[in-house]
Write a protein that binds this ligand. Structure first.
Ligand SMILES: Nc1ncnc2c1ncn2[C@@H]1O[C@H](COP(=O)(O)OP(=O)(O)O)[C@@H](O)[C@H]1O
Ligand SMILES: [Mg+2]
Length: 526
């Protein structure tokens, strides 16, 4: 069955998804539900379309001011279709909205920031938009309904049913295997979901929180952000853990290569809560639960891509599938990162972001050196003996950490320094990432400027900067640096171990280094 062939007045563009058709006119947008039954959604009868259109209006009004206007009725009289409230027979309904300019959707805002060479002002702008969006979502979650009945949607049976349902759709397309079942029944996850239900974190929220559903009408005000198009067709997909709701947006950022923005946004979101009451009790679960939630979201989008028409749909589906696969591995394995490069290559600011995204502890030689030698004379603090002690302490600290992820942050000037870490941590049960921030000769000026700025108030990202290196230290290091290469890791790599060597351009902005690095890591299909 097709939609009645009718264009509302002044239609200038039509947008189609797997379940809707949206007619865009200069002032209004008319959204029509396609008469489809995809199993998880059924719009085949007029009664159902009216019922869900009404739901769409009332549910979306919760988090959008002034966009969702009313229902427009499509009627037919003497063979002529028209929009009106009386006369003839009712044929269909449209959800009538105020038209949002396409450059107001968060998806397009980030895309154009990416396309232009984003200057500092743009980045501040984006960070402000992310902050306001986080606040808006926090308030929406805080005010969303919860009850004993709603809390049941956070039960293991619902997680399993939803995963199985989505996965079944994937299987019909013969995608390879995804291993999610063990995690669902793990003691850690059971404990997490019990505490979340008890704490009232399962709520009637959005269910499809992605960048293209966030309209930034006025970035100066929290209420200028609108959360559009929530799931109206099944409360099973809308009532959920608020972290699962947010995971959709995080996954959407990350699918689009915006890992930096994802880290920033999630930080802003969590900052809105009372830390001791709502954040701290769940921190020990986050490193595995958040990747697991993101994996679930990637699987949902994989399914939707497989159901959608369009040339790029199969490629998208496979990208979502790989992402889901990577997240599931992150949820179940520890990550060990060797983060090396000369002073000024931006290692520590990168470590700050990596530690937040991978939930990893940073062990840095600068900090260890400071703790061991404090204010001793530089000739002592940086002597050959001190170096030996500092690297030995780093290794010992790492070995004490029996399960969490770790980032080893050091210049690692000598190959032997690196080999100690690789030899001890490049194991079967972990993902080992060897990151080398390379300083290219032609970009050295940028690094020298960074080194001199450091002493004028610059610094790392979220980490205290313990480095004391200046330009002369940098030039000195260069003289005896044994530059890393890919085969260093390979020589330690019997089959069945997961190791990635990633070389990044140290002169790039932090955001670009971080986004580029994680993209490279995921593309390796570990
Ligand atoms: N009020 C609106 N103004 C401008 N564009 C809109 C509006 N509503 C929807 N759209 C466009 O149509 C697309 C599909 O609409 P959406 O409500 O997300 O449908 P679906 O429920 O099928 O996902 C949106 O991503 C957006 O590009
Ligand atoms: Mg939509």
């Amino acid at each position: 069955m097709n939609c009645p062939d009718f264009k509302p007045p002044d239609t200038e563009e039509i947008v189609e998804t797997h379940i809707s058709r949206v007619y865009l006119a200069p002032k209004f947008a008319y959204k029509q539900k396609k008469p489809v039954n995809l199993g998880f959604v059924d719009y085949t009868t007029l009664e159902k379309r009216i019922f869900y259109a009404k739901k769409e209006l009332s549910l979306n009004r919760r988090a959008c001011s002034g966009i969702y206007l009313d229902l427009a009725e499509l009627r037919q009289k003497k063979g002529r279709l028209f929009i009106g409230f009386k006369g003839g027979a009712l044929k269909d309904v449209f959800v009538r909205m105020r038209r949002v300019d396409s450059d107001r959707f968060l998806s397009n805002i980030l895309k154009s920031a990416e396309a232009g060479s984003a200057n500092t002002e743009d980045i501040l702008n984006i960070s402000n938009i992310l902050k306001k969006t986080a606040k808006k979502i926090y308030l929406f979650h805080k005010n969303a309904r919860t009850s004993k009945r709603i809390s049941k949607f956070g039960g293991e049976d619902i997680y399993r049913a939803n995963w199985d349902d989505n996965y079944k759709t994937l299987e019909t397309f013969q995608t390879p295997h995804l291993d999610y079942s063990a995690f669902l029944s793990s003691p850690l996850f059971s404990e997490f979901i019990r505490l979340r239900a008890q704490g009232g974190f399962i709520r009637d929220v959005h269910g499809d929180l992605r960048m293209e559903h966030i309209a930034v009408l006025d970035p100066r005000r929290v209420n200028g952000i609108c959360l559009m198009d929530c799931v109206e067709f099944d409360e099973r997909y809308r009532c959920q853990d608020i972290y699962l709701d947010v995971a959709f947006l995080l996954m959407d950022f990350e699918f689009n290569g915006c890992f930096y923005e994802s880290v920033l946004f999630f930080g802003y979101y969590k900052n809105c809560f009372n830390y001791l009451k709502s954040i701290a009790p769940f921190e020990k679960y986050e490193p595995s639960v958040m990747p697991f939630f993101k994996a679930y979201r990637a699987v949902v989008r994989c399914k939707i891509s497989l159901l959608s028409p369009g040339e790029d749909a199969p490629a998208k589906a496979s990208k979502y599938f790989n992402l889901a696969d990577f997240y599931l591995k992150l949820a179940q394995k520890r990550v060990i990162i060797l983060n090396c490069g000369l002073s000024g290559s931006g290692k520590s600011s990168l470590s700050g972001l990596l530690s937040r995204w991978f939930y990893a502890r940073v062990i840095s030689t600068d900090e260890i050196r400071q703790n061991l030698y404090g204010s001793a004379a530089k000739s002592v603090k940086y002597s050959a003996d001190a170096n030996i002690a500092v690297y030995r302490t780093m290794l010992e600290e790492g070995l004490k950490e029996s399960c969490g992820s770790i980032i080893f942050d050091a210049t690692f000037l000598k190959r032997s320094h690196r080999e100690k870490i690789i030899g001890s941590f490049y194991k079967k049960d972990c993902i080992f990432i060897f990151v080398y921030s390379k300083i290219y000769k032609e970009k050295e000026e940028i690094i020298l400027k960074r080194l001199s700025d450091r002493f004028n108030g610059g610094g790392g990202y979220g980490l205290k900067d313990y480095s004391e290196a200046d330009a002369s230290v940098y030039f000195n290091q260069k003289n005896y640096f044994e530059e890393p290469s890919e085969n260093e890791l390979a020589s330690f790599a019997p089959a069945a171990r997961t190791g990635i060597f990633a070389q990044i351009d140290a002169a790039l902005e932090l955001k670009d280094r971080f986004n580029g690095l994680i993209k490279t890591v995921i593309a390796q299909k570990i």
